[in-house]
Every structure is written in C-alpha cells, then in structure tokens.
Ligand binder design. Structure first.
Ligand SMILES: Cc1cc2nc3c(=O)[nH]c(=O)nc-3n(C[C@H](O)[C@H](O)[C@H](O)COP(=O)(O)OP(=O)(O)OC[C@H]3O[C@@H](n4cnc5c(N)ncnc54)[C@H](O)[C@@H]3O)c2cc1C
Length: 454
C-alpha cells in the first residue's frame, strides 16, 4: 500500500462523521486526501466504549431516525446491525418535584396545562415550517424571532407553569442548553431542519428510534479503515495559511501539510482556536465567536438486568431535576446487562462539569434511584463522558446561535473563504446537529471542492 503524500488534493480537518464522510467521497472520486484529527481517536462527538462483557456503550451520539437516509445508507453499506430503541412501558415526567406517569407521548398533566402545552407546541410547529432551512435569516419575521430568546417566547406563549416547565425541559433535552441561551430563530430553524420539534422529542418514528448494536462508531470505523494512513490522529491544527497556489495546515509540533483545497469540519467554536492567514472575513470570525456549544454530560449505569421493566417502566424520564434532565433504557439486546443512560444538560452540566467525578456519579445515581428505586443507585458499572471538559469539543451536542447571531453572521456559516470550505453538522441544512447533518454537510462541502478542482 503506497503511503499518502505530504501534499494532497484536499486536506480535511477533523475525523468525525463529517470529515470521514467527506474524505471517503473525495477518495472515491479519485482525489488524494489527508484527514488531520486532534484527538488520539476517530469519531469526534461519536465515541463508543466497551463494558467488561464487551457490550458497546455510546458516550456520544447514538440514535438514528428512519429519516436519516445518509446514515441509514452507511448502515446498509457496512451491514451494521441495528435495533429499535426500547420504549415500551410507562414513562415518567418530573416537574417541580412531582413525578407523573404516562403511556404514549402525551404527559399526565391537568387538562388546562395540557391544552396550554398543546397550543404552544402547535404554534411553535407552525412558525418552524415558515423558516427557510438554508437561509433562516431570510424568514419573513427573522428579525423579531432572532432578537428574542427561546425563554422569552416560551414565557409569552404559555399561561400555565406546567406547560412552561415542560417546554423548558424539552429545550434542555433537545439543545443541551437553557432556553435563554438560544434565539427563537435558532430553535425554529433546528426544528424545521429536523422535520419538526415533536420529531426531535420522540423515540418511535422520531430522532431516538434506531441504535447500532456495536455502537455508533461502527458507522465510522469502516470509513476510517478504508482511508488507511490518510487519517492522521494526534494532529491538532493550530494554523492555516492560504495563497494563490494552495493551502497549508500547521500542527502544534511544527509538522505541516499542504493541499489545493481544505475542508474544515470542526464545530465553529473550535475553529476559533486556529490562526488563519490571511485573516478570515469578519463575518466568518463572528460565526466562530457567536456560536456557543451546548453542555452535556452523558452517563451510563449498568445493572445485572433491566429490573425497571418488571415494574412496567420504559426507562424514559424527562425532568427539571437539578442533575439529570433526561433518561432512557440503554440496554443492548443480547448483552448480559441492563443499562440506563442519563443526560445532565444545560446549567446542570455547567455546574457538574467542575465537580469531582465520584460526586457527579453519586448525584446522577440519586436521581436514577428516585425514579427507578433503590436498585438503580447501585450499578455494577458506571461510565460517563464529561463533554464540556473535552478539549476538542468543549461542550455538546452542538454549537448554536444565541439571540442576534443568525442576523449578525448566519449567511457566512457555509460561505467558503478562498480555498477553505466548511463542513460539520452545524453547517447542515437538513438534520443539523445530528450525525445525518454531519454527513449532509460533508456532501455539500465535497461538491464545492470537486466543482472548484474540476
Ligand atoms: C452526548 C451526545 C449525544 C448525542 N446524541 C446524538 C444522537 O443520538 N444522534 C445523533 O444523530 N447525533 C447525536 N449527537 C450529535 C452528533 O454526535 C454530532 O452531530 C456529530 O457527531 C457531529 O459530527 P461532526 O463531524 O460534524 O463533528 P465532530 O464529531 O465534532 O468532528 C470534528 C472533529 O474535529 C476534531 N478537531 C477539533 N479541533 C481540531 C483541530 N484544531 N485540529 C484537528 N482536529 C480538530 C475533533 O476532535 C473532532 O473529531 C450527540 C452528541 C453528543 C456529544
């Protein structure tokens, strides 16, 4: 096997879903590529670790929807075994310390709260459908929607505390931030880009429908394997220079790689760490500065069996708890273990990210024990990924615009800067924020590069 030359047609920054898919497309189109990845592993925001019995545990992205045609295409291409997310049984909703139980998607709330919630969601969905997914700043009411936070909208759109808290909990679960952190235009754009707000909140036929038996990394490992030594890990890019001849990326250790074009698949706040020469246009710099990462700590507790199912519980919880906001049954069919996954999101993640890991573990287990009984407090193993503390992500699930961001610089999000093209899930126009969005963004960026290098 010949090794990849130091100079290639295209350099790709980041070996996550977007970077690896872009590299695969370009390689199959006959171009030479080099993927530079800062971490010692591939996958980026997708990471799968193993339990002691070999069960795959996803500490990053994990679910696919049936609508994610590109990701499902990779599942078929690599014959990746999948299974439906377990969701049978009773779900729990905890608001203000009160735990209620419900079947299906409609929570058990007083009738006036439920009507209030339903009318607010209907209004939100109507507004979302009017947002152009490729240019939200051109929406008819973009100015009014981008200058207010989602929190402001929720307060105005609801009459009851229950409806308000349910919507806040949904925003925390979907965006991993507080409703005050994102603009209403960002929320509506994200909902429309992912079909609808309710799709994002739903398991069956929604965004949490399908899992991969060997973990989500099984989607990317075959891509990385087929690229051989074109993927360079432990290669954090610190500077990018471009001129009429080409583009060069310099690493912290002084190594340098050059190409005719470069695709950057980093989340925009990570790209802010790179020194660009000549300097990027001010609107592009504003994208790096005005998008901020959500905050999530993902925790998985393993038990000898999924004992909550004996009580008819599905494992799903939505809560305004000060530690865990979201939980699901994480059991993998065929595994020796039962598993629960707990998400610490938004303000709670910002608080807990700095705590000692054992304290964080105890707090998460206290929440699980409150919902599923004492046994949930005593797992046989516990795994967590503290995403806000990860140097090359500094948060998750995605970077998002706060109030005013889309209007200030949204049109620069996908605009190439000379020889530099932008990929990554944040730049997607379909399924932004998701693995599917990362793949779509790769296809758009490679299309630009192939057009430019034709
Ligand atoms: C806890 C969690 C749960 C999630 N759940 C889901 C889910 O269930 N379903 C779903 O579809 N999505 C989910 N997501 C989101 C999904 O994981 C992401 O949308 C997707 O993985 C993003 O891929 P990407 O290639 O755009 O970015 P990334 O995966 O972030 O790739 C960018 C890469 O660039 C690298 N990098 C950073 N700086 C540098 C540098 N200076 N030089 C070189 N390389 C650098 C990073 O290390 C990283 O590998 C979740 C994410 C998290 C964290």
């Amino acid at each position: 096997m010949s090794s990849t030359p130091q100079t290639t047609d295209v350099l790709i920054l980041g070996a996550g879903a977007s970077g690896l898919h872009a590299a695969d497309i370009l390689r199959r189109a006959g171009r030479t590529v080099r993927v530079l990845e800062a971490r010692s592993r591939i996958g980026g925001r997708i990471e799968t670790v193993s339990a002691d019995d070999g069960t795959a545990l996803d500490v990053g992205g994990q679910w696919l929807s049936r609508d994610h045609v590109r990701a499902i295409g990779l599942v078929r291409r690599f014959r990746i075994p999948t299974f439906p997310q377990p969701c049978d049984g009773t779900k729990l909703l905890e608001i203000g310390g009160r735990i209620s139980r419900h079947q299906g998607d409609i929570p058990q709330l007083p009738i006036w709260s439920l009507l209030d919630l339903q009318q607010a969601i209907s209004r939100l969905e109507r507004l979302a459908r009017r947002i152009p997914v490729d240019s939200p700043w051109l929406a008819h009411d973009a100015h009014a929607l981008d200058t207010r936070s989602a929190e402001d909208w929720i307060r105005n759109a609801t009459l009851t505390d229950d409806a308000r808290e349910c919507l806040r909990a949904a925003v925390r679960a979907i965006h991993a931030c507080e409703p005050r952190d994102i603009s209403m235009l960002q929320l509506l754009w994200y909902a429309h880009g992912n079909v609808s707000f309710m799709k994002l909140a739903t398991i069956r036929d929604g965004a949490q429908d399908i899992r991969m038996t060997r973990g989500a990394i099984s989607l990317l490992q075959p891509l990385a394997d087929s690229l051989h030594d074109a993927v360079v890990t432990d290669a954090a890019v610190v500077a990018i220079d471009q001129d009429a001849e080409g583009v060069a990326a310099r690493l912290a250790d002084g190594r340098s790689f050059s190409a005719r074009r470069l695709i950057c698949s980093l989340a925009p706040p990570q790209a802010a760490d790179i020194a660009f020469a000549p300097a990027l246009p001010s609107r592009r710099i504003a994208v790096h500065q005005r998008m901020t990462m959500g905050s999530v700590i993902k925790c998985i507790a393993l038990y000898d069996r999924p004992f909550w199912r004996d009580d008819g519980l599905s494992g799903e919880v939505v809560s305004d708890d000060c530690t865990v906001q979201l939980a699901f049954d994480e059991t993998v069919p065929g595994s020796d273990h039962g598993a629960l996954v707990a998400f610490v999101n938004g303000d709670a993640a910002r608080r807990w990210t700095r705590a000692p890991a054992p304290d964080r573990r105890d707090a998460v287990l206290r929440s699980l024990a409150r919902w599923f009984g004492e046994r949930a407090g005593h797992p046989i193993a516990f795994v967590e990924r503290n995403w806000p503390a990860e140097p090359f992500s500094r948060g998750c699930y995605v970077a998002q615009f706060g109030p005013g961001g889309w209007l200030a610089c949204g049109d620069a999000l996908r605009q190439p800067c000379g020889r530099i093209h932008w990929a990554g899930t944040e730049t997607a126009t379909v399924f932004p924020g998701y693995i599917e969005g990362a793949l779509e963004a790769a296809e758009r960026a490679t299309h630009e590069v192939l057009g430019a290098c034709a």
